[in-house]
Design a binder for this molecule. Structure first.
Ligand SMILES: *Cc1c(COP(=O)(O)O)cnc(C)c1O
Length: 481
């Protein structure tokens, strides 16, 4: 037996050790604090990123992660994490990411099984969301990027439609300088970033007021469009938010679709968070009109817990994405006519295969039933939280939902006390939630988007908020005495 045959392969040894470390880490995570703030000095050391003169062995990485990264969790892996919309990683997604990295396919250029898998899994997502048959698209890094892709497709469509294809620069400019986009006042900030990047000034992105349920007021939308048409402007897209970030509200999809049909506008759905809501029985009535959307964003790295990053830009007529992003170059051969490269549907050329594989793996591990059960579970836990808050003498519900976002206040505490309450809870590390600045004042905001969260975490959240709220109020009284 040669020495080479018995010497352990360092890559194999380290892969196995890393896999064991991952399993231990995930097992221990729920038993530690939700978060732990990084010491200032450690932050400085990491940010200085000194490069050693000589290279380190493979095993140095695991030691580094164990000692310098992992002790300070950012929270979203923990079952008692209720802040924002960041979920823990689905276990199969972690494995998929590793496997895809080993394959390291470029899913932007050329052909590969993972490219076809991306085509398929994106179509599956569009079907799950209730889009029209034939819908497809591409995966992107997040909702921010995916919204930009869809809005760019809408812009190219509008130039085609209203500007004679924009083949002559004057035709292009004549339309582009008049384009107006619409969103609700509760839309995500990334819509404004996307339109700004597209050269549409913020003054031509209208924020339509919301009705009492938190969704866009369709009558106000219609009035705004008519007013812009009278000014000679060119309305081209309305963004409906399906699950607002602040309160989990849903814009009236079907009513907005009708207005878009009347005025020949592109209707885009920002469902980064709530794009799959129609699968949940109690949310389904809000989702009439999904098949009328022209495009939709869904972030599987939110509600489905696919590891970051994974978002989908879905377009009813995928050729619209290609019209916006298809490009030729002398140094590239853009594939067979029937199988255009995915880089023709987005601004990325080199693209990871891990997004498709971890999404496919997560969907296939859950199955359709598992997906519905997961989303329904969030609703059930949010209902429990609403009930506990409603019956608690110190807590007051603030209108939110129908997605599983629960907003509430501590009775008698002012805005500053709410910020202090949140800071204290975050510092103590037993449960973690965020605040939200609503028209009615600052509220506590718990978002349930975590397959690890169960009833006991919800009960702990209520107990901790009540305890911490009383402590903050007592301290304030003492300060004023
Ligand atoms: C989270 C979110 C986004 C942004 O998505 P990222 O993945 O964070 O880039 C956009 N819109 C809505 C409604 C969101 O909830």
């Amino acid at each position: 037996v040669s020495a080479a045959a018995v010497a352990p392969d360092p890559l194999r040894v380290e892969l196995v050790a890393a896999a064991n470390w991952v399993a231990d880490y995930l097992e221990r995570l729920p038993h530690g604090p939700v978060t732990r703030p990084l010491p200032e000095e450690h932050r400085r050391r990491l940010a200085a990123a000194a490069l050693p003169e000589t290279g380190a062995p493979l095993s140095a990485l695991r030691a580094f992660v164990q000692n310098d990264i992992a002790p300070w969790p950012c929270g979203n892996g923990h079952p008692a994490f209720f802040a924002w919309i960041t979920s823990p990683p689905a276990p199969v997604g972690i494995i998929a990411e590793l496997l895809a990295t080993a394959i390291n396919a470029n899913c932007g250029a050329g052909e590969h099984a993972l490219v076809d898998l991306e085509r398929g899994v994106v179509a599956t997502l569009a079907r799950l969301a209730g889009m029209a048959p034939g819908s497809g698209g591409v995966l992107a890094s997040g909702g921010s990027a995916a919204n930009l892709l869809c809005l760019a497709a809408a812009r190219t469509w509008a130039i085609d439609r209203y500007g004679l294809g924009g083949r002559h620069p004057a035709d292009y400019d004549a339309v582009h300088t008049r384009l107006v986009a619409y969103q609700s006042a509760q839309a995500h900030l990334c819509i404004g970033k996307a339109t700004a990047l597209m050269g549409i000034p913020s003054a031509r992105l209208r924020a339509i007021p919301c009705g009492p349920g938190g969704g866009m007021d369709p009558a106000a939308l219609r009035r705004a469009i008519r007013a812009d048409l009278r000014l000679g402007l060119r309305p081209f897209v309305v963004v409906s938010t399906l699950g607002t970030t602040a309160t989990g509200a849903i814009d009236p999809i079907d009513a907005v679709a009708e207005i878009c049909r009347e005025h020949d506008l592109w209707h885009h759905g920002d469902g980064a968070y709530g794009g799959l809501g129609r699968l949940v029985e109690e949310l389904a009535p809000h989702y009439a009109g999904m098949a009328r959307l022209d495009s939709l964003v869904v972030d599987p790295h939110k509600a489905l817990c696919v590891p970051i990053d994974c978002a989908a830009a879905l377009v009813t007529d995928p050729r619209r994405l290609r019209a916006a992003f298809g490009a030729q170059a002398a140094y590239l051969d853009n594939g067979a006519a029937d199988w255009p490269w995915l880089s023709d549907y987005t601004f990325e050329l080199t693209r990871p295969g891990g997004r498709a594989l971890k999404l496919w793996a997560t969907l296939h591990t859950l199955g359709r039933t598992g997906i519905v059960e997961l989303l329904t579970r969030y609703q059930r836990l949010a209902a429990l939280l609403r009930a506990r808050v409603a019956e608690h003498p110190d807590l007051v519900l603030v209108p939110s939902g129908p997605h599983p976002v629960v907003c509430f206040r501590f009775r008698g505490a002012d805005d500053a006390a709410h910020y202090e309450l949140v800071r204290r809870l975050q510092r103590e590390g037993r449960v973690y939630l965020a605040s939200v600045d609503l028209d009615s004042g600052v509220a506590l905001r718990a978002c349930i988007c975590n397959f690890r969260t169960d009833e006991s975490d919800v009960e702990a959240l209520v107990d901790e908020v009540a305890r911490c709220g009383r402590a903050v109020c007592t301290d304030e009284e003492k300060a004023h005495a």
